[in-house]
Every structure is written in C-alpha cells, then in structure tokens.
Design a protein around this ligand. Structure first.
Ligand code: SAM
Length: 284
C-alpha cells in the first residue's frame, strides 16, 4: 500500500469517517521521497526508534524497514483502526496512544528498547508543539543518540543557528547545550495533504556525550536563558532584571567582568558567556 498516494490516504480516512484535525497539526506527507530519507538518518539495524505522531503510519513503515523496533506515540485514537491496518505487515512496529507531552518517556524507552543497541527519535512533528516537545526530549536526559525531526523551516533555522548569532533564541541555546545540530534538507509545503501555510525542513540533532559548558545548576541556567531572550528588543540587563527580578547593578557588574557592554543583547552572547553569567547568579 502506497501511504503517500493521496487517493490511498483519502480511501483509508474516508472508510473510517476520519476528518483531519488542524488543531493536532494533521498534515500528512504525500511526497514519497521524504520518509525514506528521514528513516536513513534515524535508523541502524540494531536501533530502537521512538516516533511521535505517526498519523497513518507513512514514516513508521519506513522506520520499521530499517530499525530493530519502532514505537510510535499518537494522540488521536481515531487513527487506531487505520494504523492497525497499515502497520500490520511490520511486526517490529507498535503504537502507544497518548500525549507525548504527558507520557513517561524514560519508562517507555526502557520498557520498549532494552534489547536495542541504541535509541533514536524520529518524527514529522505537529508544529504547534515543536518547542515544548524538543525541550521535553532534551531536558529529560533520555538515553537517546539522536533526534531527527521535520519542523517548520523558520524553526529549523532557529534551532540550528549558532549561539551568538541574530537568529539565536532560548531554544537555540538548549539545542547547542545538548546536541550537534544540522539542517539536512528542506520540504516544500506541497509535499503535504492538506498543504500547510509554511515550508518545512528536516533537522538532525546528534546528542553530545557530555555537556560543552559547566553549569552550577542546569534548571536555573534554562530559566536564566529564557529570561535573557524573553524581550528580544530589550537589552539583556533589562530583560533579565524584569523577568527574574535580579538586581540591575549586579547584572551590570557581571557583564562588565566578562568584558561585555551594558547594552548587550542576549543574541550576542556565546554559550560560554551565558553559562558564566548564570553560574555567577546561581552562586549569589
Ligand atoms: N507522521 C505522519 C506524516 O508524516 O504524514 C503524520 C504527521 S502530522 C504532521 C502530526 C501527527 O502528530 C498527527 O498524527 C497528530 O495526530 C499527532 N499528534 C498531535 N499532537 C500530538 C501529541 N501531543 N502527542 C502525540 N501525537 C500528536
């Protein structure tokens, strides 16, 4: 069954009286070249793959052909009969129905993939939850080797931007702290049914074996970084003091001691400088 053929998708959905839900980001891939490329990035024969949002199983099938095992988490239980049919040929693929933002992922991974040599994550992410999903995957310290995801093109550029560049945001800092990021290829909006209003890109995040900077308190670092980028038009000093209630003079002194001007904005700081500042305030 060709799951990227629009007439096949319409037949499968129509038979179950399934209506696509914009609110769940249900744009299904109809470009047959995309899923094999994503699966090649995410799989090795001994890998266990966690997929988020299988839809009708188009990516799941390509993952199952290349990995040892695939577990897909889908929120919409109305897709159950369709997935039972489309994934029937793949005995190494299963679906867990639930919200990826609420499930105990550490437990799911340890229960599902104890016999796999490594674990990766692969998804055509529902765009309305791109940042919360990625932050959850990264901050949970899951035992994963990589994350290969399709996201909105602008989000891909931000996620993979160098820290210290104009495109950087709080999520860029998180990605650089945990991973080596790379934009792999772009996907046009016409590759989906229905087409979304934006183009997409597939990114590959390779998890780093150890943190690139030393932090006194990781949770505080991420709160501090959120505060730095909270008001992009404000200086870092004003943004952090209003968001965290830190003393402006102490912030000015800390910036000065790093050789940074008082007017500096968050986007100009390197990962080392952000870590040094946050460590400084954690100690005080
Ligand atoms: N993988 C399919 C494809 O590429 O055609 C579908 C991708 S579609 C962009 C996103 C999928 O994520 C949908 O199947 C949607 O129901 C599911 N989804 C949305 N929110 C979710 C959540 N919080 N947890 C798990 N799955 C979710």
């Amino acid at each position: 069954m060709n799951l990227t053929d629009p007439s096949v998708i319409r037949r499968l959905l129509g038979r179950e009286d399934f209506h696509l839900k914009k609110s769940l980001g249900q744009n299904f891939l109809i470009d047959e070249t995309v899923c094999p490329r994503m699966a090649e990035l995410a799989c090795a024969p001994e890998t266990g793959v966690l997929e988020i949002g299988p839809g009708i199983g188009v990516l799941t099938a390509e993952l199952a052909k290349r990995a040892k095992k695939v577990v897909a988490v889908e929120l919409d239980t109305h897709l159950r009969p369709i997935l039972s049919e489309t994934l029937a040929p793949y005995k190494n693929a299963s679906v867990v129905f639930g919200d990826v933002l609420k499930l105990d992922l550490a437990r799911l991974l340890s229960e599902s993939f104890s016999d796999c040599a490594s674990i990766t994550i692969c998804a055509n992410l529902p765009y309305y939850i791109t940042s919360p999903v990625l932050m959850r995957l990264l901050e949970s310290h899951l035992p994963i080797a990589s994350i290969t995801v399709m996201v909105q093109k602008e989000a891909a550029e931000r996620l993979c931007a160098p820290v210290g560049s104009r495109s950087a945001g709080a999520i860029t800092v998180a990605v650089s702290y945990y991973c080596k990021p790379k934009i792999c290829f772009e996907v046009d909006r016409t590759s989906f049914m229905p087409p979304p209003n934006v183009d997409s890109a597939v990114i590959h995040l390779e998890l780093l074996p150890s943190a690139p900077v030393e932090l006194e308190d990781e949770a505080f670092f991420f709160r501090f970084v959120q505060a730095c980028f909270a008001h992009r038009r404000k200086t870092l000093c004003n943004s952090v003091s209003s968001a965290l209630g830190l003393d402006k003079q102490a912030l000015a002194f800390a910036l000065q001691s790093l050789g940074l001007p008082l007017t500096v904005r968050a986007e100009a700081l390197s990962l080392d400088q952000l870590a040094a500042l946050s460590n400084r305030f954690k100690r005080d």
